[in-house]
Design a protein around this ligand. Sequence first.
Ligand code: NAG
Ligand code: NAG
Ligand code: NAG
Ligand code: NAG
Ligand code: NAG
Ligand code: NAG
Ligand code: NAG
Length: 484
Amino acid sequence: MAKGAILGFCTLLAMYCTNTAGYDTYELRDFCVRLTTNNTALVRWFDPMPLRKEKQGYTLYYSKNLDDPLRNWTTVSLGVYPMTTIRDISLGEVYFFKVRINFWESDASGPLSGVHHFKMLNRTKSCYENTQHALNVLRAAATSKSTVEVWWKLQYDPYKVNSIIIFYGTSDLGPWYNQSAGLQNSVELYDLVENSTYFIAVAAKTDSGLHYFVQECSVKVVLEEVPLNANVTDITADSMVLEWSAPLRLFPKYYKVSYDALKDYVDSEGVRQHYVLDKTEIVIDQHLTSYELVDLMPYTNYFVNISAVPLDLSYRPAVRVKARTEVGAPGSMHKPVIYGIIHGDNVQVLLPKASEENGPINYYYLIVIPVSDDAERDVPSSMYNTEDLLNNDWFDDEDIDAPYIAAKFSLNIPYAFILGVGVHGGFKNHKLDMHKRYRLFVRAIVLSSQGMLVTDSPYSDYFSVEEKKNYLHHNTQLVTGRTF
Ligand SMILES: *[C@@H]1O[C@H](CO)[C@@H](O)[C@H](O)[C@H]1NC(C)=O
Ligand SMILES: *[C@@H]1O[C@H](CO)[C@@H](O)[C@H](O)[C@H]1NC(C)=O
Ligand SMILES: *[C@@H]1O[C@H](CO)[C@@H](O)[C@H](O)[C@H]1NC(C)=O
Ligand SMILES: *[C@@H]1O[C@H](CO)[C@@H](O)[C@H](O)[C@H]1NC(C)=O
Ligand SMILES: *[C@@H]1O[C@H](CO)[C@@H](O)[C@H](O)[C@H]1NC(C)=O
Ligand SMILES: *[C@@H]1O[C@H](CO)[C@@H](O)[C@H](O)[C@H]1NC(C)=O
Ligand SMILES: *[C@@H]1O[C@H](CO)[C@@H](O)[C@H](O)[C@H]1NC(C)=O
């Protein structure tokens, strides 16, 4: 091989140096053919030496009959990248190949290589298995009993390549599948068969077609390099515990846990909010196989990756677990607004809505407080215990002098509400006393495994039917939105 290379080198060198015709063959370096499917093959070689003239491209000639004149061989014109795929080949037959280099600024045909032959047998080994391509990596590892992550570091021109395509199959003659990875440098293959070995090849898709990379790899669908049995336990509103077991065939230098989260909720203005929380990465000692994530947000979907990092720190895929934190107390609310007298002696109020960032609200109570003396002013709404309020019951004509629940709303709380008529959610909306002063607040309730979680709105202004004080519509135009 060394001899051939040197010979080729001299031949070309002679040609370039003297720029004379006459030397019309040369030796390609590492010419190689590899079956990629049962009727296509990848053909690949290297230039014999650094070329001193600017290459325009190559012409590949191939034929099953060595004796045919060259003009009758199949020709493939390619650019400067010395690799192409040939199609419709017949398995089991011997093919002959020659390559011509074409140069710019040259009328004459460039030099033609000597002949190479190759029997289209079963799938052959990777081209250039022995050559070092440290810069180009293609690796794969199982991430579950039916999935494999493939990752790579390949050199290509991102302006010419539209996407990277992974081809995989369990045998040469069986079906081959493919999956596009865009311009990512990893992809997950799904629906694989446990314990099977898959062969993986990779190609770049460009406007001019597919260009296979010489790298290929194989992977057995067995969990060897990833943490095993990863799961999430002890979930609360702001924490969760991750557990896993050590990988089967990788001794980790450390574990890496990385998580992000998706928030999707309706805020207090009734607007849907949707965003991704920043990624957090944690390095965990090799001896540990559990870890508690803290300071999490309630009712949020967390996506957690756990990977074992090998001693050489090279990349390994992560296993993924996800979990949603428990609900938390309802978000804050605006102050209810007293809007005005309606139908003579009822009062219309504008009710707030709680933000659902910590979880959906199960229901709301509207709590009305008759104010008899000034002492009542300083009582925080939390002093009005829900249990006590639920136990209070009055007859229709009774004088109500204690706080009461005027309405219960499940799912949706109305924007505008009339105090003094009807029954709402099983609670009597008592007629207001003309001569009494009142104020009210809204209590939002979330039911969690820890019990009832409560958030109160601020108190409304004081109001009374008689005084007609503090009514918004005396001095303001109609409120149209939920933004007060
Ligand atoms: C080469 O191709 C030409 C035209 O296609 C054909 O006439 C000729 O017989 C072929 N020669 C051989 C040796 O097959
Ligand atoms: C492919 O290999 C298998 C087993 O190695 C062999 O039985 C079969 O004949 C081969 N096929 C061809 C086309 O050579
Ligand atoms: C090649 O493989 C396809 C399926 O991938 C199969 O349908 C076809 O029969 C195979 N051809 C030969 C010649 O084995
Ligand atoms: C990828 O697979 C699909 C479905 O099997 C097939 O239609 C398509 O031609 C394949 N793409 C390539 C580039 O081989
Ligand atoms: C895969 O191999 C393991 C270990 O040999 C075995 O326990 C398991 O049953 C196999 N799974 C399948 C689907 O063959
Ligand atoms: C969670 O993972 C740990 C460690 O792998 C394991 O011991 C435990 O049984 C798992 N728990 C569940 C519920 O899968
Ligand atoms: C988890 O791994 C997947 C696949 O590699 C990746 O797409 C995702 O961004 C990772 N998520 C985090 C939080 O690191």
